[in-house]
Design a protein around this ligand. Structure first.
Ligand code: CP
Length: 332
């Protein structure tokens, strides 16, 4: 499992700049007020119709995507978000292969170059800390679309938004996080956001080789959040408001025997759904392999495709807050 660096919490103080969102790099850059602003905008984005004033708010702006790792949801929802708000997109997928990174260009030089062509840059990179490195040299907003096993802050925001929309509250919720918690950047970032709400309880259910890392546990403890490591998924399912399943990330294992040992240990299937509370939901950042069986998809508590759709609205909100003229709720 990755060793992990110390997690920071800057609040939103360093993140607002002239009534705009400066960067979206780390979940720790958000405080509750900042999350509220994003969610208020996201709710409005659910209602944006084509060819209206609201659908042209980013007209004339250009977003660049630099993806060094594969993606379906994050890249396409960012691109859709920009298009739905009237902006345009410069897209690079497989950037390690098809950008000048293949010729040895550093991430810093690529960012310094691309910022001349685009008003914001969305980056997915295989190295933890890469989005922070990009933000350190960038003069345009950097949106972290996942930095190796580090952070995935826009996913965490859409996850939190989904919990709010599905359960109706964030205070006092019980969240079971399941699967590859050592490599799962989504659960790491989500824990940081959940830690801002009162009486949250987190259960970690993971195979031995991919347990939640100590930095996240320390982060939660320091903020008075109760967390427990459990081995019985059925017990957790009976108590949870949200069961957040994750994929065992084959690509992050050096030893395939360890991958084989971790895979298939915790599966959400029809039997498990019988234990889940009628008011609870199952979430997953996707993609899934086999950790949620497909016969669960028709259960109304299966929220993962609604969750993916919410990614569009939250990313529309983030792009607007980064690029459009000052937002009245944001400090100068
Ligand atoms: N949830 C998520 O990050 O999905 P993609 O890898 O498809 O972008």
């Amino acid at each position: 499992a990755p060793s992990g660096s110390a997690l920071t919490n800057n609040g939103a103080t360093v993140n607002w700049h002239s009534q705009k969102l400066k960067h979206v790099v780390d979940s720790g850059d958000f405080n509750r007020a900042a999350v509220d602003v994003v969610f208020k905008e996201a709710l409005k984005m659910e209602k944006v119709k084509p060819n209206t004033k609201e659908s042209k708010v980013l007209s004339g702006y250009i977003m660049s995507t630099l993806f060094y790792e594969p993606s379906t949801r994050t890249r396409l929802s960012f691109e859709s978000a920009m298009s739905r708000l009237g902006g345009t997109v410069l897209s690079t997928e497989s950037a390690g292969e098809y950008s000048s990174a293949a010729k040895g260009e550093t991430l810093e030089d690529t960012v310094r170059t691309v910022e001349a062509y685009a008003d914001c840059i969305v980056i997915r990179h295989f190295q933890e800390g890469s989005a922070k490195r990009a933000a350190a040299v960038a003069s345009v907003p950097i949106l972290n679309a996942g930095d190796g096993p580090g952070q995935h802050p826009t996913q965490a925001l859409l996850d939190l938004y989904t919990i709010q929309r599905e359960i109706g509250r964030l205070e006092g919720i019980k969240v079971g996080m399941v699967g590859d918690l050592a490599n799962g950047r989504t659960v790491r970032s989500l824990c940081m956001l959940l830690s801002m709400y009162n009486d949250v309880q987190v259960y970690f259910v993971a195979p031995e080789v991919v347990k939640m890392r100590d930095d996240v546990k320390a982060y939660l403890t320091a903020r008075g959040i109760k967390w427990t490591e459990a081995s019985d998924l059925h017990e957790v399912a009976a108590d949870a408001d949200v069961l957040y399943q994750t994929r065992i990330q084959r690509e992050r294992f050096l030893d395939m025997n360890e991958y084989a040992a971790a895979r298939g240990k915790y599966i959400i299937d029809k039997d498990l759904m019988r234990i889940l509370k009628p008011t609870a939901v199952v979430m997953h950042p996707l993609p899934r392999v086999d950790e949620i069986t497909t016969d669960v998809d028709s259960d109304p508590r299966a929220a993962y495709f609604r969750q993916a759709r919410n990614g569009l609205y939250v990313r529309m909100a983030l792009l607007k807050l980064c690029l459009a003229d000052g937002h009245p709720d944001i400090p100068l």
